[in-house]
Design a protein around this ligand. Sequence first.
Ligand code: SF4
Length: 206
Amino acid sequence: MSDQRWIPLSALQHYAFCSRQCALIHNEQAWADNYLTAHGNLLHQRVDSGEPETRKGVRFERAVQVSAPSLRLIGKLDLVERELASGRLTPVEYKRGRPKSDRSDEIQLCAQALCLEEMLGISVDSGALWYWQSRRRVAVLLDSELRAQTFGVIAQVAALLDSGFTPEACFDGRCRACSLVELCQPKWSSEDVSLDYQQALFKEEQ
Ligand code: SF4
């Protein structure tokens, strides 16, 4: 890899949620905890602090550092399960909430698998998402469609990080759950609203 920036795995999920959130965090180094992110951090700390162990023919490795230089990806995996008999690897990502309607969690998981594949020269066919709120483990097939989506997001995030640009705010339902809402001020930084505001000021001056 040249001297281009690495792409944190978390940036893919941030981008898939909101491109502005991704730029605020990774280009502007803005971060703010709300109760959702604080709880998520606690959950990850608990997962990361677990010792490696072997149960029923499966080795559980926690807080596994990975990278994929060809894709500029770098990050840490919550858990990697290795079946001792077959050598099959399964990345497992822990999430605070419930399964989402978008594919942002699956994209992050798929990128984790791409890192394992590049590092170890193996293929990883599936992963799993474990949701704390619903206490549900969801198996995720890393098929060609999800891989294509993930490569697309990686390319978009790479372009965003290289540009240093921060997109306009969306100001929609996502903002309610966003920890950056105070910093972002989506109502005022979204183009249409600021245009309305400018036009209203202009009218008042006339
Ligand atoms: S507040 Fe809304 S527009 Fe701003 S970063 Fe969060 S989701 Fe994106």
